[in-house]
Design a protein around this ligand. Structure first.
Ligand SMILES: [Zn+2]
Length: 302
């Protein structure tokens, strides 16, 4: 990134569910309007089958996480557990259009979020392409133009996914956790990794409570480094809305400049460094995620 005295924070809002899109997004849009800021919204647009995670509660690691985050105010809903979930992009097309018209960046998160989270490793390149294609088609119909960016659900991105994404006109992808913008291979769209932890990951761990959570996040934001904060319409647009509002107020008081992720692609800097993606479980929740390879290597060397 260009040397600058300003502290810039890319703000990414993931929308995983129908409820998140219907209730969380309008609330966040209103808040962003009050603060006169823009963010990137990544929508899951296909069937909301997230309730199917209900059936995963038998898994001890998943059960542990469910209990920890439920007490912390992350609400789970059971759409698609016993019935077919609503097709989000059709039900809330007007809300997606509102986000777009208000000047926010709108990108593709997933077709079926639950399927992507649970099956992406087993999907063939063709299946991956079909999932991306279905999501792309519906979202571009809703927007009335090409979709310019995407962010894989759950930061789950395999090598074949990277390749399949190249068939779409994405200006950038945000598929992993990491520290700086990079290209996974010559000629590929750049990756803008998420640099900061999420509420769900931190709360209830290592002495992090609702009281010190915002301060903890703000302390990790620095000038002259890539800062990307990832919130969820289902969390910060819902039960943790008040907490997030406080964060935004504090970030504004510290004069942090909040931007959509696309604005982090410095136009003067065309040659992004090359780096890879590795899929590892660092959370202890038995949930793998894609990480920027050199950052993982660095932490192993340290
Ligand atoms: Zn998601």
């Amino acid at each position: 990134m260009k040397q600058s005295s300003q502290t810039i924070v890319g703000l990414r809002v993931d929308v995983d569910t129908y409820r998140g899109a219907r209730d969380g997004v309008p609330r966040l849009l209103k808040l962003f309007d009050e603060y006169q800021i823009h963010a990137s919204f990544f929508f899951s647009v296909g069937p909301d089958n997230n309730g199917r995670q209900f059936w995963r509660l038998w898994h001890p690691a998943y059960f542990k996480r469910f209990i920890r985050t439920s007490f912390a105010g992350v609400h789970y809903h059971f759409n698609g557990a016993l019935w077919r979930g609503p097709v989000i992009g059709r039900r809330v097309a007007d809300i997606i259009q509102c986000a777009d018209k208000a000047g926010h960046e709108v990108g593709l998160h997933a077709w079926d979020h639950h399927k992507w989270m649970s099956k992406t490793e087993q999907m063939s390149p063709l299946e991956l392409r079909v999932e991306l294609e279905k999501g792309y088609q519906l979202l571009s119909q809703v927007l009335g133009r090409d979709v310019e960016c995407s962010a894989a659900a759950g930061w789950r991105c395999s090598e074949p996914t990277l390749t399949e994404k190249e068939a779409f006109p994405f200006r950038y992808n945000s598929d992993c956790r990491g520290k700086f913008i990079f290209v996974p291979a010559q000629g590929m769209a750049p990756q803008i990794p998420v640099t900061l932890p999420t509420y769900e990951e931190l709360i209830g761990r290592h002495g992090i409570t609702r009281k010190n959570y915002n301060q903890h996040i703000l302390e990790q934001i620095k000038t002259n480094q890539l800062n990307v904060y990832n919130i969820h319409a289902e969390v910060e647009g819902s039960a943790q809305f008040g907490l997030f509002k406080q964060w935004l107020q504090l970030a504004t008081e510290q004069q942090f400049i909040i931007v959509p992720l696309g604005a982090l692609l410095d136009k003067d800097y065309i040659q992004w460094p090359k780096d890879g993606i590795v899929n590892v479980d660092l959370s202890g929740d038995d949930e793998w995620q894609s990480h920027q390879a050199s950052v993982i290597q660095q932490s192993v060397d340290d």
